[in-house]
Every structure is written in C-alpha cells, then in structure tokens.
Design a binder for this molecule. Structure first.
Ligand code: PHE
Length: 352
C-alpha cells in the first residue's frame, strides 16, 4: 500500500490484498478470530474497500475497468471469508454437541426422600412369610356389621367382651343395614368373611387396621394393626397351632425366639391361650413378652359359617403389629410410629 489512493487499484496490489485476506481467514482458529480478520480485510478500512473508494478519483474511462477488477477482488475475499466461516461454524456445532451432551444413562447420587411406613413394611413381611407356607392373604372391611365383629364370633350382646373392647359405634341412621355398624375392633372379622366365602381347607393370614376407643399414650392408639391367622382343615390340632406360632416367632424375632402358651379365654376359640414370646434382646434383659391371642376355632363359630365341626377343626391367632415392631426395634413410644415424622423410620432395619 502507498499513500497514493490510485495505487490501491493496481492489479498486483489487489492480488496481494486478496491473498493476504485468504491467509488471514484460513489461519483464524475460531469464529472470534475470523470476525477480527473480517474487519481487517472486508471492513471500511480494508484494502479492497479503500480501493473501491479510490475509483471515484480515476479519470472516467478507467473507472469501468477498475470497478470490475475491484469487484473480482472483493468477491474473492468474500468467498474466502464465507468458506472459512462455514467450516468454523460446523466445527463449533460439533464441539457443542460433544461437550454439552447429556448422558441420560449416567448415574447420579440420589437421595432418598422417604420410605414406606414401617407398619406397612412389617405387615408385608408377615404376609410374605405366611405366603411362603402356602397361606393366602385375606382382608375385610374396616367398617363392619356388628354381627361380623361380635355375634358370628360368639360374642353375644350381653357378653362383657363386647363392652370391654371399647368399640367405636356408627349409627345406622337410615336403617340401611338393619344393624349398627362398628369400626372393627379386631381382625378376627376376617375369619368370618373367609369361612363364609370359602370351603376348607383354609389357610389364610390377614394383616389389617383395627380401631378401639383408647386414648393415645406411649402404648395405646385408637388406630392400630393386627395380624389374624386362620387355618381350617381336617385333623388340625393344637400342635399345628404351636408349630405355626413358633415358626412365625422365629421369623419375626430371630432364630432363638421361643413361644409359650398360657391358658386364657376368647369366646371364638376353645381352648384359648395367650401367646408369649421369649425375647432375648429386650432392653431390660431377656424375658417373656405377651404377643397375642390364639386357640382352636370354637365349633359354634364354624357352625355359624356353615362348616361342619364334626369334619373340620381349625386354629386362629391374632397379634398386634405395632407391638412386635416396637419390641424388635426397641421403640419405647408408640406415638413415634404414628406421628409421621419422615426421619423416624430411617434408623429402622425394616426393609432387609
Ligand atoms: N381377636 C383377639 C384380640 O383382638 C385375638 C385373637 C385372635 C384371639 C384369634 C384368639 C384367636 O384380642
């Protein structure tokens, strides 16, 4: 370049401008560098643009030829720029794809924000345990006709057990059911539903929610859970009951667990017994713990369900779910189980 504007129009000057531009564009490593090179070689003060401005100062007859040559040079510079730009843009797109790809299969550290309720986990465990012995898993309604909760279980209206059980009564105000309704006070109602729906052999277990008008304290709640067990078949004896309870206790409390039956009374079993379990890991030292009730199904109950007690016999048992859970995990306050604090179950080994 010289100070003389017209010299910018000399062909060798134009050729030099074009090859300088091509070199600059080619060596631009990315779109930023290319933008800088563009200003230098296609901007207002670039050689080709200055050359175009110089055309005006030429004598008229030379202008057309100079104009053509400048245009050819400018087109060459522009083409070199466009070619480099499309190469760099393609590289850039590829880089973004490569670097910003989201691997949807990548593992992320996941934090557990809750868990199933320990009572439900415990009831599922119990159901699984009995299912493995060939039992079916039954259930029944939580709102019951009094007949299912009491009469069919040989608990008559004047029977003390009927008032001792602290029942929630629901008035049948529209006379729809012809009987008062209650919230079931025990899962023994499922015995009746099962025997009415199914002929022996019956091997069934029924974990579920029950209700009693108890005040809430560290060992009582008006809503709690029981597990019922019922077996009706030919030749069932108390030895079958003991064996089943023993297996149940060992599965729930550990291999050293033992059971003990103490004579008791339930209207729907005869004979009846309380089941104690030997709990070696009790925080106050090894001891017998009251676990539930059991007995041979009373023939009157079998008859009420249309089963011939001369042909069939059976056993039944019922245990509190929360009680076993508290024992097993050293929980001293029942309210911890029902408060719903999500931090509570975190320390329990209930999902093993
Ligand atoms: N239903 C009894 C209760 O809630 C327990 C029980 C069940 C007793 C089955 C005997 C047989 O106390």
């Amino acid at each position: 370049m010289t100070d003389n504007p017209a010299s910018a129009l000399e062909q060798d000057q134009l050729d030099a401008a074009v090859s300088a531009a091509e070199k600059a564009f080619e060596s631009a490593a990315d779109l930023n560098e290319l933008a800088t090179a563009k200003t230098a070689h296609l901007g207002d003060k670039s050689p080709v643009l200055l050359a175009r401005r110089a055309i005006g100062s030429l004598p008229g007859k030379e202008r057309a030829d100079a104009g053509k040559r400048v245009n050819v040079a400018k087109q060459a510079v522009t083409a070199a720029y466009e070619a480099r730009r499309s190469v760099l843009e393609a590289e850039e797109a590829e880089r973004i794809l490569r670097e910003e790809t989201v691997d949807v299969t990548a593992r992320t550290p996941r934090r557990r924000t809750g868990s199933r309720h320990p009572v439900n986990v415990q009831m599922d465990r119990i159901a699984d345990l009995f299912a493995a012995m060939g039992f079916t898993v039954g259930d029944g309604p939580e709102i019951e006709l009094e007949w299912f909760n009491f009469d069919a279980l040989n608990i008559h209206p004047d029977h003390p057990a009927r008032t001792m059980m602290d029942t929630f009564h629901i008035a049948d105000t529209n006379g729809e059911f012809g009987s008062n309704l209650v919230l079931r006070t025990h899962t023994s109602t499922v015995q009746i539903h099962t025997m009415l729906n199914q002929q022996p052999p019956i091997y069934t277990v029924a974990p579920g929610r029950v209700y009693r008008t108890d005040e809430v304290d560290s060992t009582h709640s008006p809503v709690f859970h029981q597990t019922e067990g019922l077996v009706v078949d030919k030749g069932i004896t108390m030895a079958d009951l003991r064996g089943t309870l023993d297996h149940f206790a060992k599965a729930l409390f550990g291999a050293e667990a033992q059971t003990r039956l103490r004579p008791s009374y339930f209207p729907f079993t005869e004979p009846s017994a309380e089941v104690d379990v030997w709990f070696a890991e009790h925080k106050d030292g090894p001891r017998w713990i009251e676990w539930g009730g059991c007995g041979m199904v009373n023939p009157r109950v079998l008859r009420a369900c249309g089963i011939d007690p001369e042909v069939y016999s059976g056993f039944a048992f019922g245990m509190g779910v929360e009680r076993a859970l508290m024992l097993r995990h050293g929980i001293t306050d029942l309210r911890d189980i029902i408060d719903g604090d999500v931090r509570f179950p975190a320390g329990l080994r209930v999902e093993e």
